[in-house]
Structures are given as structure tokens and as C-alpha cells.
Design a binder for this molecule. Sequence first.
Ligand SMILES: [Zn+2]
Ligand SMILES: [Zn+2]
Length: 258
Amino acid sequence: MPAPYDFHIHTTYLKCANETMTVPALVERCESLGLEAIAITDHLNAPEFLPQHALIKQDLAAIHSDMRIYFGAEVNVIDKDTGAVSIDEAQLAEGGFELVIGGPHTSYFSEPDKPAIIDLQHKLMLAVIANPLVDVLVHPWWFGAGEFKPGGPMEWLTDMEQIPDWHAKEIADAALAHGCAVEANHSAFFTENQYGPAFRETYPHYLASFAQRGVPISISTDAHDINRLNGIHEMMDILERVGVTREQLWTPEMRKPR
Ligand SMILES: [Zn+2]
Ligand SMILES: [Zn+2]
């Protein structure tokens, strides 16, 4: 079945996505992919980026679409000791964001201390889930390609068997308690070279374990280039192969009351 949604999309305004990702162009592409609802969630790593987000909002106001289009932001962990993220209530209100997605974006380690890396990453994910402003935990266990270079600190993350199941259970319990969804992110895991076949084989089962525990799955491409938006249907195929159904997908209507 084709994917109905894509709730993690970047734009050219924040300079992380390329020039193909203008708001009108990405909306048009999502319409042609047959999506019912999307969210634009560009990076808000610090409050000085709020004016660029206002430009996205302005573009959206001028667009008429039959899709439901949500205006959101992706935030980062800014304090590895507390798990605090790069948005507060005032910035949420100032930006007018309808949803917030977020998670850690680095291991915070320069040495390959596997147990310590797993332990910290797990704690940071729990802190993000417990944050009342965050609706979706993004790309759990994604690390930048630089952390996976041969001999690099993340070389051990060859498959999800490295992460004990009790971690997934704790994440699921926290997600259910705090009304947070867990993301199935196509670009982060299924297009970049840092993840090999064993990882790509085991990761969908990790995602399915959340759905089985009742945690809604937020399906996304995390596209930074317009041609990456097409990956949303492959993401749905991957989820369906491990038994995740459309009914188990998250939508922003389910987000926590603020
Ligand atoms: Zn991210
Ligand atoms: Zn992203």
C-alpha cells in the first residue's frame, strides 16, 4: 500500500536541504505522490533561526492544497547531561509551530566506548520523549556518517542486535506514558551508506516492536532533496513487511495537548 503521510520534510530556507526544496515544489511533489498529509519540519537548532521558519509559514499561507499540511520544527538535543532540546515554550509560541519532532544528532563520544555510547543515547532519547513539547522522537539510533568511518567510533553499530530489547521496551513505555510517537525515517537509515545490509535488515523489526507495544509510528522521508520525497512509499513497504499497518501510523491529530 502507498504511504499516506510524510511528517518530516526540510526546506531550502534553513540551508540544510538543497535548492530543490522550495515550499511550493515540495508540496506539489507530495501531492503527486498521493499523500494525504505532510509536515514541514525544518531545523530549529537555535532561536535565531525563527525568521527563516516564518518564511516557510508565509509560503504555506499562500498555498492551497487538498493535503493536510502541518507546520512544524525539528529540534536537537543541546545538553547531553539533561537531554534538553533546542526549543522552549516561548519559541514554540513565537514560531507558531503545530508540532515538534526531535532527538539527539550525535553520539557525543570520540572514543568507541560502545556500552557508554548506548547508555547515553538511550538516556537522551528518554529525555526527549518525556519533554512535553516534543511530539515525535526522530530517527532513533541514527548517527552522522562521520561517526561511521572505518575505524571510527560507531563502527560497531552494524545491526540492531547490538541494542538490547529492554531498551526498546523502556522507550516504548516512556512513549506511551508521554504521548510521543517514534519515527520511521527513510533517508536516515535506508539511503545513506553508513548503514549496511545487516542493519537495514534488523532495524524494521526494531520499529515494529514499538508498533506491537502500541506506540504510534510517524512515517517520514526526512527529505533534504526533492527526489528523496519518493522514498516515502518504500518506507511504507518496509514497515508493511514487518507487519506495521496504516492504522499504527501516527498523525498530528494525535499530538499531545499543550
Ligand atoms: Zn534529524
Ligand atoms: Zn531532519
